[in-house]
Design a protein around this ligand. Sequence first.
Ligand SMILES: [Ca+2]
Ligand SMILES: [Ca+2]
Length: 211
Amino acid sequence: MNKTPIMNGTSSRLAWQRAALLAALVLLGVLMLGLVAVGAQDTARMPAGVELLAPTYGDSVELRITVTLPCGAPYMDMEYWVVRPEGENIHGSVTPLNGPTGVIVVAPITRGLGTVDVCVKGESTLRKCESGTLNTWVNGVDMGALKGGDANGDNQISGADLAILAPAYFSSTGDPDWDARADFNKDGTISGADLACMAPNYFEQGEEAPF
Ligand SMILES: [Ca+2]
Ligand SMILES: [Ca+2]
């Protein structure tokens, strides 16, 4: 007779424990679903963020102008022009461009793909122009070797340049008759090497500046 109330009490405690366990499991389930949902949301956001950071094709490109300096000169001040049918023209300088083969990097170019005209002139070279294209992220145009001997920088090689070289012949840096304008190969002396740099181009004229 005394056992029944005890059994009823135990049964009741078990029922409460089961109900509490069930409630805890339901709560845990809700929390887990929430975490999965937040994770999914973050994953969904990531590609959009990456897309926004990446430049769109054609918005910003780079032009690399390769120039071979005359007579193996190791460096030379260089001026460059980039002409485009659409978008702004570009005019700049590199002082000095390191050689004997140097690369002028023009970047970023922001608008308009297609053909470009590129001209370069070294401090003692004739101006040279070539065509290039802006079709991809990094574009190259090779100007080849520039012709040296323009001591006075007027874009032609003539008696006026020889008249600068002649009085400085056989001089070295620091000598009273030294004239850096005639040191076409930039070796610190004015010698037969500079005359040989100038001679094949005598009477030649460089291309006109595009703007
Ligand atoms: Ca000249
Ligand atoms: Ca020299």
